[in-house]
Write a protein that binds this ligand. Sequence first.
Ligand SMILES: C[S@@+](CC[C@H](N)C(=O)[O-])C[C@H]1O[C@@H](n2cnc3c(N)ncnc32)[C@H](O)[C@@H]1O
Length: 363
Amino acid sequence: MKQLMLYCRSGFEKECAGEIQDRATALEVFGFPRLQKNSGYVLFECYQNGDAQKLVKELDFNSLIFARQMFAVAAEVTDLPREDRISPILEQLSDVDTMPLCGDIRIETPDTNEAKELLKFCRKFTVPMRQALRGKGALMHKENAKKPVLHICFVQPGHCYIGYSLPGNNSQFFMGIPRLKFPADAPSRSTLKLEEAFHVFIPRNEWDERLASGMWGVDLGACPGGWTYQLVKRSMFVHSVDNGMMAQSLMDTGQVKHHQEDGFKFEPARKNVTWLVCDMIEKPSRVAQLMGEWIISGWAKEAIFNLKLPMKGRYDEVLQDIENLKVFLIENGVKFKLQAKHLYHDREEITVHVQCLSNISPH
Ligand SMILES: C[S@@+](CC[C@H](N)C(=O)[O-])C[C@H]1O[C@@H](n2cnc3c(N)ncnc32)[C@H](O)[C@@H]1O
């Protein structure tokens, strides 16, 4: 297999392509990205056969910022007839001997406005396609989350890419997008950004421990309170820092202290904060630096924050800010885990998570 399929937000194909080019080269996989603006996907064409399998195995999916999903392409099928799309797909797959036995199937489409109709078709097509693949022995009879996932990605009604991703090195979500419902009592839609970040960055089985009730959080740039709402919902106490107005419903919970101050100057009086979250609209380099200072000072154990992207040079800016933050933490003796993602609910921004694992010198 020579092609790697990557889904991304429509309009961010260039960033996704730049990233996969750099990351593949670092693994000594050589090739070039094919992209079309606003298509919602990038195809990375490797020069060498077998390199797509190497990438799905060795390229750490969680370390990619702009890709929502990645899979190795086993076959591309074009001109599928309306009356029978199943047979040509089965035929193509039977020619590929490197396709692993899969435990699950996702029939998807890149996430674009035009693809809404196609998505309806994908949903309808899933049941008959699944049955046919099971009949051919390409798919296990019972769903198995430990086995590879078979992806069929329709880019047009008669045109699809078929391939697989590996469990543990893919997005667990259909189309790489967690489906979240907007909570009716949340003060702003931004609330979904932080909720999605929890789903993407914190393994579900660690939520009880890492997002525990009674913890303290600090929310910089908090108003009207969508992010604070997420922490309050988990029974935490929050210092919400912003000169604006907080939603009264949050203040009424008694779990929120509103500080009308500059987020760059705020210092928590008691050093009992677990979570630092930050959604201030500010220069990304400044925000990244501030987050580093909090972690190095031992003022917070985990941070989730947005880096707003500039109009131009979005990929370079993000790489530089993250690199600077990593160097800053390392030079100050902090051991950490860092992950950055362009989330579904992010637009001109990315979300970063830093977990402090050990810190030799809290000031
Ligand atoms: C995108 S909004 C935050 C939305 C919020 N996360 C929510 O879910 O409701 C950005 C906020 O950052 C605040 N802000 C910008 N610069 C700030 C600063 N230096 N200190 C404190 N707040 C700041 C603005 O007042 C604004 O309310």
